[in-house]
Design a protein around this ligand. Structure first.
Ligand code: AMP
Ligand code: MG
Length: 315
């Protein structure tokens, strides 16, 4: 018997699962504390967040909190590992494309936007000292930590939860960005692979089992909107500053941490045709869904296990 708690935070769903149900309340409280801290540190939608303050101080050297420093470090790690496919300086580009508020407040339809292709400022323009925690972003640049901060929250939340549990195992899913810690259930953590993390658990859907690390999905099918008849979505190609025109509509990746899984899933969408070889070279198991819904599995994506009413999570 697993203990399961559902909630909402960071603009999406939260699911906490523990293998020892008696630990659920403690585990959920530890997760909530991490989510509150990440939201106030790294949300681009909160006037009072530390990230909003940092973005408002472009051109100056700013001392940031240990947690924001960790989130900036994760974002820059993503940029380095992905050769700039994942780049936190897409902040202004994603706003110009229409994603300028918490997603629930972004109108699904609206007037045409005149978007012009311009390469984003680039992650190398950000000065960051990991030890000093000093950050300087150039004037005109806005950081968006969306591709990594939520995943960092999953990793930190799972670690915090397992600490307060007497043992056993914990899974934290933030809208399908999943981190696990401690001992997995006997059959592993069963996860239904879906393009939308809010999809219902259904018989016959592909399900995998993981025991450690993290798993994440990026998709252009879920966070999308229309302006003047043109379909726009939330994953930006740093080379053009526009929503990427990718051969993949959804990418799921398994890695040692949820941060690395998330870096790779966003990168795979941006890389398009180069994603398979990049995932293979980095030994990152991936599941890529093309525009027509055909699925490609790469670099040792686990074989499906029998789906059952015991499947408690969706990617
Ligand atoms: P994910 O759902 O993990 O792929 O993250 C997508 C979110 O990250 C978007 O909602 C944006 O806030 C941000 N983002 C979009 N494109 C990029 C990119 N190329 N590099 C870094 N962050 C991005
Ligand atoms: Mg993600």
């Amino acid at each position: 018997m697993l203990g399961i708690a559902d909630d909402r935070a960071l603009g999406g769903s939260v699911r906490v699962i523990v293998t020892r149900p008696a630990d659920l309340v403690r585990a959920k409280a530890a997760v909530d504390e991490v989510l509150r801290a990440i939201d106030i540190a790294a949300s681009r939608f909160r006037e009072d967040s530390e990230l909003t303050r940092l973005n408002g101080m472009a051109g100056q050297e700013v001392l940031v909190s240990p947690l924001l420093a960790q989130a900036v470090a994760a974002a820059l790690r993503g940029a380095r590992l992905s050769g700039g496919a994942v780049d936190p300086t897409i902040g202004s580009a994603v706003k110009l494309a229409g994603y300028d508020a918490d997603f629930d407040s972004v109108p699904v339809d609206g007037a045409e936007l005149k978007l012009t292709a311009t390469t984003v400022p680039g992650w190398q323009s950000v000065q960051f000292g990991e030890a000093s925690r000093m950050v300087r972003i150039p004037t005109g640049v806005e950081l968006d930590l969306g591709a990594t901060a939520k995943a960092l929250a999953s990793d930190l939340a799972a670690a915090a939860a397992i600490k307060v549990c007497g043992g056993g195992g914990v899974l934290v899913s933030l809208g399908g960005d999943i981190a696990v810690a401690g001992e997995a259930p006997a059959e592993g953590w069963l996860i239904q692979t879906s393009e939308d993390s809010s999809a219902a658990i259904a018989e016959g859907e592909e399900t995998i089992s993981v025991r450690t690390g993290g798993i994440a999905t990026s998709s252009t099918t879920v966070r999308r909107w229309t302006r003047g008849g043109a379909v726009l979505h939330h994953i930006i190609d740093p080379a053009t500053g526009l929503p990427v025109d990718s051969c993949w509509r959804t990418a799921s990746v398994i890695a040692a941490t949820c941060v690395d899984a998330n870096i790779a899933s966003t990168a795979a969408i941006v890389m398009g045709g180069k994603a398979e070889s990049w995932l293979a070279a980095n030994r990152l198991p991936g599941r890529l869904v093309d525009r027509d819904g055909h699925v490609q599995r790469v670099a040792g994506w686990p074989p499906p296990v029998a789906n059952s009413d015991r499947v408690p999570n969706t990617l």
